[in-house]
Structure formats: structure tokens, C-alpha cells
Write a protein that binds this ligand. Structure first.
Ligand SMILES: C[S@@+](CC[C@H](N)C(=O)[O-])C[C@H]1O[C@@H](n2cnc3c(N)ncnc32)[C@H](O)[C@@H]1O
Length: 132
């Protein structure tokens, strides 16, 4: 995973002042133990780098409390950002990057078991709000 140690130390620093209210769990999302169900799940900037989004959405759905919300961003190929992002991530930073379409996301979320999906176009992709 791209720059994992730096990302983790950045999260630790940012969350330090909420230490009495926040639990930071560091690990691979698909394999780390997570207990309980959650009302809100947020995945911003994650799916851009995920080769198999179905596995992630399925685990996220399994962690949802009844009627929970998942908010997630998805990169999409838009000119001129598409080629520039590909150049920056894939070739300069050597970090894989994946693009999504509204139709593809409709299918993915439905297959993962989400009840409802709203998609909003953003500057570099799509913002999804899904209900369990
Ligand atoms: C582009 S960063 C976005 C970070 C943050 N959400 C933000 O918006 O600033 C992508 C993040 O996804 C994390 N990530 C990628 N694959 C992961 C995995 N399998 N399990 C947990 N985190 C992962 C990376 O460590 C990184 O912190």
C-alpha cells in the first residue's frame, strides 16, 4: 500500500487531540479484526487505489448497523484530470489507480447488499452515499 507508514503517522498525529473519543486501528481493512457494527462508514480516497472494490464493499456492508450510511469517494476518468492523475500516480508515484463509472458503482453497491445509493459528481470523481 502506498506510503503506509507515513499515512499511519499522519493519522496518529491528526487524531491525537481526540484520544479519549477515538480508537485508531492500523491494519489491512480486509483482514484486520473489527468488532461491532457501525452507524457511519467513511472511505474517502480509498477506492481510487483498490483493485477489487467488491471485497471492500462486502466487508463494509457486513460492518453496517441497520440503516447505516456509507460515504465513499470514487475516482472517475474525466478530461483533463484523468490522464494527469494517471501520470502522477501510476507512473511517477508508482501507485495503482482505478477509475469508476456511475453504472459500475450501481452494480457494485447492489451486489454488495446496499439498499440505496446516491451518486454526486465531484471534482475528480463521484461521491457515493449508500444506505445499508
Ligand atoms: C489517498 S489515501 C486517502 C487518505 C485519507 N482518507 C484522506 O482522504 O486524506 C488512501 C488511503 O487508503 C489506505 N489503504 C489502501 N489500501 C488499504 C487497505 N487494504 N486497508 C486499509 N487501508 C488501505 C492507504 O493506507 C491510505 O491511507
Amino acid at each position: 500500500m502506498w506510503n503506509w507508514p507515513r499515512r499511519c503517522s499522519c493519522s496518529r498525529e491528526r487524531l491525537a487531540r481526540f484520544v479519549d473519543r477515538v480508537t485508531l486501528i492500523e491494519g489491512k481493512f480486509l483482514s484486520c479484526p473489527l468488532e461491532g457494527r457501525f452507524e457511519v462508514l467513511v472511505a474517502v480516497g480509498l477506492f481510487d487505489h483498490i483493485a477489487d472494490p467488491m471485497q471492500f464493499l462486502t466487508r463494509m456492508r457486513s460492518l453496517c448497523a441497520p440503516h447505516a450510511s456509507l460515504v465513499a469517494s470514487f475516482s472517475a476518468w474525466t478530461p483533463p484530470k484523468g490522464p494527469l492523475r494517471r501520470l502522477r500516480y501510476a507512473y511517477v508515484n508508482r501507485c495503482p489507480i482505478y477509475d469508476y463509472t456511475a453504472g459500475g458503482l450501481d452494480q457494485l453497491f447492489a451486489q454488495a447488499g446496499f439498499e440505496r445509493l446516491e451518486l454526486r459528481p465531484g471534482r475528480a470523481g463521484l461521491l457515493a452515499w449508500a444506505r445499508a
